[in-house]
Design a binder for this molecule. Structure first.
Ligand code: PEP
Ligand code: MG
Length: 572
């Protein structure tokens, strides 16, 4: 048995076979071949194999997700079997005597270039499909295993170096028993995703030597990965898994009840979401609205930017789920670790300090305007609020407000209904904004503290760098003081403050944040039931005492020790 320790990223215990996900870049050479007929045969066999794979994927997706989602594989199959595509490849093999891989690459690149040149959204979208099909075909020709997560056809624990948003876009919740990555921190993409999927996860384990099929255990509460556990360990973990599942079932059964402290103080508990499916889950988990809709998901998948209509439809569908409950839509936050595939941006040396979030939007107003109009339209007769990420100065806020006014004026001129008076807030996630909270507060309706980034930027720690990510801890006294200052400044100006970093759903941090006067807690939907259960055991006065004591502590270790101790015992 091998035991590896990483960062506990999502609670719960998973036991099952490993699925090792290590996508290799496709490398091959252009070769001259002697027997074109045999090469064409090889191509035909590969096409047939990929076709079979696509049929299986289509059926599987239809059963597990839905008919609409499965249609993409039908389109891929039609493209793969289109005689024009195959004939052109065969012709090149016959005429030039080159290997099938080189011929497939040439033909698909040619098609991609042609589609790129057509000024039509539909054709631009198809470009991504061609790429996908060509990659599958090349993998088959090269004898490489299928490497997308959609290849997972039986429940397993995914083991990877890291998972990017595009890797996980095709992830099937039912197939992933748990996630474990070699790198990452508690705020990395994998960690956030696993919490929102409610599957146990451990990240930042370091090098993992394992083959697919090996038996593994993941303990998402202590950050352990166990490979080939012995019988005794296995039965201990099976028992723990049962206890955890029972406790969880009880919390979920009470999730729809209000979030009341033991002394009857009602706390606003809302969800962080990133898709339409998340919206449904948020309601099921007892969210009373959304404190953060990450809109990036619409932008990270395709090769083209989503149009105003596409964005509007999705924002509106989500707003319809929440009706009059608040829905805070955050404008695009790409850059940093999230690359936008549809626009070619220069490589940056320090992307987290670069053209990220509002900076990118202000630099590309044409892109920003489309999103602002879509949000404003979706907010009509709904409780939608807008929020700008990464505001670092008053100038930036003013520029963003000018853009918003422009988007309203354009909609007005078009005669389209929109939310003329929607609330506007900003994320406080750059230290300069926290320091200037008293200057910014009068100019907005609310703040939402983004502690994932506030910790990163305050503590000068790259949250995605596995060597230092554990230092980006929002319970560091410097971050706690900033949070306190932000809340005080906002309250002095009569504005409310939320918090949408991962900290809001961390049971260790919740009593402290409540005691600091936080008005709204926004978290992964799956964290809501346990946070509500915790609040029911706590009084407001206790929380305030905890906060006062915490503020006096000089370092992170002392804060963590104090908050982990039995602070919830009744204070005499
Ligand atoms: C944050 O920074 O705390 C936050 C919620 O935003 P994101 O994690 O999307 O950067
Ligand atoms: Mg952030």
């Amino acid at each position: 048995m091998i035991r590896l320790t990483g960062i506990a990223a999502s609670q719960g215990i998973a036991i099952g076979p490993a699925f090792v996900y290590r996508p290799e870049p496709l490398t091959f050479e252009r070769r001259m071949i002697q027997t074109p007929l045999a090469e064409v045969d090889r191509l035909i066999q590969a096409i047939e194999a990929v076709q079979g794979m696509l049929v299986a994927l289509q059926e599987h997706t239809q059963e597990t997700i839905g008919k609409e989602e499965a249609q993409i594989f039908e389109a891929h199959r039609m493209f793969l079997t289109d005689p024009v595509f195959a004939d052109e490849i065969k012709q090149i093999i016959h005429e030039e005597h080159i290997n099938a891989e080189a011929a497939v690459e040439r033909v698909s690149n040619g098609l991609i270039a042609e589609f790129e040149a057509i000024d039509d959204d539909y054709f631009r979208q198809r470009k991504g499909d061609i790429k996908d099909v060509a990659q599958r075909l090349l993998r088959q020709l090269l004898g490489l295993e299928e490497t997308t997560l959609s290849a997972l056809t039986q429940p397993a624990i995914i083991i990877a170096h890291d998972l990017t948003p595009s890797d996980t876009a095709s992830l099937d919740r039912k197939m992933a028993l748990g996630l474990c990555t070699e790198i990452g921190s508690s705020t990395s993409h994998t960690a956030i995703l696993s919490r929102s999927l409610d599957i146990p996860a451990v990240v930042g384990v370091g090098q993992i030597e394992i083959s697919s099929g090996a038996q593994v255990i993941i303990d998402g509460s202590t950050g352990q990965l166990l490979i080939d556990p012995d019988e005794k360990t296995l039965s201990e973990y099976q028992a723990q898994q049962k206890v955890h599942q029972q406790a969880r079932a009880l919390e979920i059964a009470q999730a729809q009840e209000p979030a009341l402290t033991a002394d009857g103080y009602e706390v606003e508990i809302v969800a962080n979401i990133g898709s339409v499916a998340d919206a449904q889950q948020a309601i099921q988990m007892g969210a009373k609205g959304v404190g953060l809709l990450r809109t990036e998901f619409l932008f990270l998948q395709g090769d083209t930017l989503p149009s105003e209509e596409e964005q509007y439809r999705i924002y509106r569908a989500i707003a319809d789920v929440f009706q009059q409950l608040p829905l805070i839509v955050r404008t695009l936050d790409v850059g940093g670790d999230k690359e936008l595939p549809s626009i070619d941006l220069p490589k940056e040396q320090n992307p987290f300090l670069g053209l990220r979030a509002i900076r990118l939007c202000l630099a590309r107003p044409e892109l920003f305007q489309v999103q602002l109009r879509a949000i404003l339209r979706a907010g009509y007769e709904r409780n939608v609020k807008i929020m700008f990420p990464m505001i670092g100065s008053e100038d930036e806020l003013q520029q963003a407000l000018v853009q918003l006014a422009q988007a309203k004026a354009d909609l007005q001129a078009r005669g389209v209904p929109y939310a003329a008076n929607l609330d506007v807030g900003i994320m406080i996630e750059i230290p300069s904004a926290a320091v200037l909270a008293d200057v910014l507060a009068p100019q907005v309706d609310f703040f939402s503290i983004g502690t994932n980034d506030l910790a990163q930027y305050t503590l000068a720690v790259d949250r995605t760098n596995e060597q230092v990510a554990h230092l980006a801890d929002p319970l560091h006294p410097a971050v706690i003081r900033l949070i306190q200052q932000v809340i005080q400044a906002a309250h002095q100006h009569g504005k409310w403050v939320g918090l949408c970093g991962e900290m809001a759903g961390d049971p260790v941090a919740v009593p402290l944040l409540l005691g600091l006067g936080l008005d709204e807690f926004s978290m992964a939907a799956t964290a809501i039931p346990s946070v509500k259960a915790l609040l029911r055991k706590l009084t407001l006065e206790q929380a305030q005492k905890i906060a006062q004591q915490c503020l006096r502590l000089p370092n992170l270790q002392r804060v963590r020790e104090f908050l982990r101790s039995d602070i919830l015992q009744p204070i005499p």
